[in-house]
Write a protein that binds this ligand. Structure first.
Ligand SMILES: NC(=O)c1ccc[n+]([C@@H]2O[C@H](COP(=O)([O-])OP(=O)(O)OC[C@H]3O[C@@H](n4cnc5c(N)ncnc54)[C@H](OP(=O)(O)O)[C@@H]3O)[C@@H](O)[C@H]2O)c1
Length: 191
C-alpha cells in the first residue's frame, strides 16, 4: 500500500502560520523533506488549495518575480518544485470546491476516497496540508509518516497544526537531522 506522508514547516510551538495567516518565517517552500523521488501524487485540503495553486502557478510563469509569502525571488529548488507540481496529480479533499485551474487536479469527497487512493498502485502520496485536513487524516489512521521541519521560533498567535486533532497518537521517531539556520528535520512514524 502507498504511504501517506504529511510534511510541514512549523514553528517550535507547532504553528502552521502566524497571526497573518501564513508561515512568514519560511524562507522558501522548496521540498526540503526529500520527497520528490518518493512520491507521485499530492493531497491537500480545500482551505489551502486555491492559494497553493496560485503560488506555484506564479512561480512557474514568472520565476524572476518575488514570490508571495517569502517576498523573495523563488529559489532554484522552488522552481524545481513548481515544475514537479505541474506534472504531478493533485487530489483536493473538499465537499465544496468544484473546479481547479490545474488540469491534473481531482477532488476527493471523503475519507473513503483517500483510503482508496492509498490502495491504488503507485509511489507514496505527499500530504501537503493544511492543519485541519492533516488532523482529520491522522485521526482517521490514514497518515503513515509525519515529516516536520521545525523553525527556531515561538510564533505565538496562529493556527496550530494539531489544534483539531481529537485523539492521542503515539509517534515513532525515525530520523533527526539538524539543518542550516537552526532548523530541525524530524521524521516520525505514526502508529
Ligand atoms: N507551514 C506549513 O508547512 C503549511 C503547509 C500547508 C498549509 N499551511 C497553512 O495551512 C492553512 C490551511 O489549513 P486549514 O486547516 O485552514 O485548511 P485545510 O486543511 O487546507 O482545508 C480544510 C478543508 O478541507 C476539507 N476537509 C478537511 N478534512 C476533510 C474531511 N475529513 N472530509 C472532507 N473534507 C475535508 C474541508 O473543505 P470543504 O469545506 O470544502 O469540505 C475543510 O474545510 C493555510 O493558512 C496554509 O498556509 C501551512
Amino acid at each position: 500500500m502507498r504511504k501517506l506522508i504529511a510534511a510541514m514547516k512549523t514553528s517550535t510551538d507547532a504553528k502552521m502560520g502566524g497571526s497573518e495567516g501564513y508561515a512568514d518565517w519560511v524562507e522558501a517552500w522548496s521540498d526540503d523533506y526529500g520527497l520528490m523521488t518518493q512520491i507521485d501524487a499530492c493531497l491537500l485540503g480545500a482551505g489551502m488549495y486555491p492559494e497553493y495553486e496560485r503560488y506555484w502557478t506564479t512561480i512557474q510563469n514568472e520565476p524572476e518575480k518575488p514570490a508571495w509569502i517569502t517576498g523573495s525571488p523563488p529559489t532554484p529548488a522552488e522552481i524545481e518544485w513548481a515544475r514537479f507540481a505541474a506534472q504531478t496529480p493533485h487530489y483536493v479533499l473538499s465537499s465544496t470546491l468544484k473546479s481547479a485551474l490545474w488540469p491534473r487536479t481531482r477532488f476527493v469527497r471523503g475519507l473513503d476516497e483517500v483510503a482508496a487512493l492509498k490502495r491504488q498502485p503507485g509511489k507514496d502520496i505527499y500530504l501537503v496540508g493544511g492543519a485541519r485536513t492533516t488532523a482529520s487524516l491522522i485521526d482517521a489512521g490514514l497518515v503513515d509518516e509525519l515529516r516536520l521541519i521545525v523553525y527556531p521560533l515561538i510564533a505565538g498567535k496562529g493556527q496550530a497544526l494539531f489544534a483539531t486533532t481529537e485523539r492521542r497518537h503515539g509517534l515513532e521517531l525515525r530520523k533527526v537531522q539538524q539543518m542550516p539556520g537552526g532548523r530541525l528535520s524530524l521524521i516520525y512514524g505514526i502508529g
